[in-house]
Structures are given as structure tokens and as C-alpha cells.
Design a protein around this ligand. Structure first.
Ligand SMILES: O=C(O)[C@H](CS(=O)(=O)O)OP(=O)(O)O
Ligand SMILES: [Mg+2]
Length: 225
């Protein structure tokens, strides 16, 4: 497997396989949403689109990063989301980095969204499905967010079949700017356990696959047989 690690702005051609990484916090939140019963997550391109979707589907749950805003039901916090019952619900998610990264590769034949919580399942799906080039979209900080880069590099090595000690990768993520800002309350819409929840390696057994459905980018869990 040939792995490339690119920021969103560095994406030029449509990759054949894309792994969109957002550890803090979009794809940790998405994984928790599925763990709490959500059926699917629609990745919205803007706050207005998220609100319009919610307007057309009042039973859907609209989620944004930052502070809660009128029309939205939840924020991008795994600590807050993990106590919600989302059984059968559709979530609409709009965040600064994670959802933008997935929409940037929406035409790729295979798009996975990942964080540490689904690292091994993501690597397993890559081992099963991706033989050649894999583009890891490092969504944070123009491709330099160390929590995302560390996770991407870890998954790439596991996908290549290497035995890898996860601890240095998790430590890098824990020392990242995003972790510090979340812990210090610099970012809005947080929970005290958000950083720890984002660093739970393989918390969930499923991968997350995004596909286009009726012009929407829709994320669903992928469970192995
Ligand atoms: O909610 C998050 O952690 C970030 C937004 S911000 O950097 O805190 O403003 O969004 P994400 O797309 O999950 O990185
Ligand atoms: Mg992020």
C-alpha cells in the first residue's frame, strides 16, 4: 500500500481510496453517534445546508461544532453525545474540518472517515479493499494537525500489516494543539472528557464509510461479518 498524507487544500485529483481523519472531534463524534444508535450521518457542506436539511426533516438531529446555535440540536462533543439516545435517527453534521475533508473527496470510489476510536477497523477495511494508493486526508490545521497526522500514520502502518505500538501515536495526539485547546476550554461546545474519548484506541469495532446518496454525502458504519 502506498500512503499519501495531504491537507484538504493539497487535494488535486480525486483519490481512488481516501481516509478522512479527524480525531478531534468530528469522527470520534460520528462513531459515538453510531454507537448510540444513529442510522446514518449526512455530512453537510454549510450551516445553512444543515439547517435546510433539518427543516425538511424535523426528526433529524442537526449537529455543529463550536457553540450551540438556533436550529441545531447538539454540538460536536463525544462527551455530550454519548449520553444521547439516537436510536434510528439521522444526524446532520457540519464541522470546521472533518466534514469539509469528506466532501472534498466525495467523488472517490471509497471514502472512509476515521479517528483512533475506529483505527483498527479502518485498517482492516483498507487491508481488505485497498490494494494500491491510499490518500489520508489530514483535516486539521491545513494538514498539519498532529492528532490527525498521528492517527493517519498509525492506521497506514496497520493497514500495511505492520505490528505497531500505538502509544507514541496516541501521545502525539494527546500533546497536540487541539487537545490543549479542548482541555483548556478554548474551543466551544466541549465536555471535560472529550480529549480522553478521542484517544480511546479501537473503542468501536466498525469502520465508517461515506458514499453519495441522492446528492448527499452519507456516512454509515461498516461492520465486519
Ligand atoms: O469541533 C471541533 O473540535 C472542530 C472545530 S474547532 O476547531 O474546535 O473550532 O471541528 P472538527 O471538524 O471536528 O475538527
Ligand atoms: Mg479536528
Amino acid at each position: 500500500m502506498d500512503a499519501r498524507f495531504l491537507g484538504i487544500a493539497e487535494l488535486s485529483a480525486t483519490p481512488s481510496v481516501a481516509v478522512v481523519v479527524d480525531v478531534m472531534r468530528a469522527y470520534t463524534v460520528a462513531a459515538w453517534a453510531f454507537a448510540r444508535g444513529a442510522e446514518k450521518i449526512v455530512l453537510a457542506g454549510s450551516l445553512d445546508e444543515a439547517l435546510a436539511l433539518k427543516g425538511r426533516h424535523p426528526d433529524w438531529m442537526a449537529l455543529k461544532d463550536g457553540a450551540l446555535a438556533p436550529g441545531f440540536d447538539a454540538v460536536n462533543s463525544p462527551g455530550q453525545l454519548r449520553s444521547r439516545d439516537l436510536g434510528g435517527r439521522t444526524v446532520v453534521q457540519k464541522t470546521t474540518a472533518g466534514t469539509v475533508g469528506a466532501l472534498a473527496v466525495k467523488d472517490a470510489p471509497l471514502v472512509l472517515c476515521a479517528g483512533f476510536v475506529v483505527a483498527e477497523a479502518t485498517a482492516r477495511l483498507l487491508r481488505e479493499r485497498a490494494g494500491g494508493n491510499v490518500t489520508f486526508v489530514v483535516t486539521g490545521e491545513d494538514g498539519r494537525a498532529d492528532e490527525d497526522l498521528a492517527c493517519a500514520q498509525y492506521v497506514a502502518r496497520r493497514a500495511a500489516g505492520e505490528a505497531v505500538d500505538a502509544e507514541p501515536f496516541l501521545r502525539r495526539a494527546g500533546d497536540s494543539r487541539a487537545a490543549a485547546e479542548l482541555a483548556q476550554g478554548v474551543r466551544a461546545g466541549t465536555h471535560p472528557e472529550d480529549v480522553a474519548l478521542c484517544l480511546e484506541l479501537d473503542r468501536f469495532p466498525f469502520a465508517m464509510v461515506a458514499t453519495q446518496e441522492d446528492s448527499l454525502m452519507v456516512l454509515r458504519p461498516y461492520t465486519f461479518a
